[in-house]
Design a protein around this ligand. Structure first.
Ligand SMILES: [Zn+2]
Length: 283
């Protein structure tokens, strides 16, 4: 999964290091990422300098084992045009593996900074703070502070005897099979989110919830929290059609193949656990 980076350590502790040649400068256009055209790799500080960028334009984001990651919040067009633009999906495949978590966490932080350029209290511009990882209002009478936003969401593996509930989103074109999932509402416990999301999306009731694990998912700024649950009562599915194209019950042998070789997400980890019959009660 994306957070599995072995002995490496990702840190977002606040720091103001000076960029070095081996450091990265991650550049985004919306949710697209900019890559070095010749190599298809993420830009280093040297690439940034050779395109006319300066150290003063950079904002520090995070660090992995002494390698620093920066971005430029205001990316001049004459610099951007030196890079090729790809969807952030390419970050799922970058090497080495720890670079996937680092780059997607950078995307998460940049999306947060980009959506907090102006103060929600007084409307004045906000800038990265000088003392902590935060955006601070530039109005001296206000000084409101905003910290990085993480949105908790649940993933639910609903089991019914030897079968699991798989869904297909009505949003994605590919035939991607998934589990029931959804964001927590304000005032809810995670378990209440599980019950509500399963009921809303499929009309089913569940019981005996069991925590499975969680992971940061910077593509959407979420923290995904996995649960196993057992069906409680009728197995007849009533589809929420604006979110799901289909949903059904599958034995391990009936599950369609994974859509990529090395899936990074908790959904696929959970489905693969079920397919391999590694869960309690599976024979
Ligand atoms: Zn303000």
């Amino acid at each position: 999964m994306i957070q599995e980076i072995g002995r490496h350590t990702l840190s977002t502790d606040f720091a103001k290091p000076m960029p070095q040649d081996a450091d990265y400068v991650l550049l985004f256009q919306g949710t697209d990422v900019l890559l070095v055209p010749e190599t298809g790799s993420l830009p280093h500080y040297t690439d940034w300098l050779s395109c006319g960028g300066t150290a003063e334009q950079l904002v520090h984001l995070l660090e992995v084992d002494g390698v620093q990651f920066f971005t430029a919040l205001d990316l001049p067009e004459e610099i951007a045009r030196n890079f090729t633009q790809e969807t952030s999906r390419v970050l799922r495949k970058v090497e080495p593996r720890w670079l996937r978590l680092a780059s997607v966490t950078c995307l998460h932080l940049v999306q947060w900074q980009r959506t907090h350029r102006f103060c929600g209290v007084c409307g004045a511009p906000m800038l990265p703070d000088q003392k902590e990882l935060a955006m601070r209002c530039t109005n001296a009478d206000c000084h409101a502070v905003t910290y990085p936003t993480v949105c908790p969401a649940v993933i639910v593996g609903v089991r019914n005897g030897d079968r699991i509930l798989l869904t297909r989103s009505s949003v994605y074109k590919n035939p991607v099979y998934a589990l029931v999932s959804g964001y927590m509402s304000v005032g809810e416990t995670m378990e209440e989110t599980v019950h509500r999301e399963v009921l809303e999306e499929t009309g089913l009731h569940v019981k005996n919830l069991q925590y499975c694990g969680n992971q940061p998912w910077g593509f959407s700024g979420a923290q995904m929290i996995g649960y196993w649950a057992e069906l409680d009562g009728s197995d007849i599915i009533t589809l929420q059609e604006d979110e799901l194209k289909s949903a059904g019950w599958y034995t391990p042998e009936e599950i369609p193949p994974a859509y990529e070789d090395d899936p990074l997400d908790l959904t696929h980890y959970m489905i693969e656990q079920f397919r391999a019959r590694r869960l309690p009660g599976q024979k």
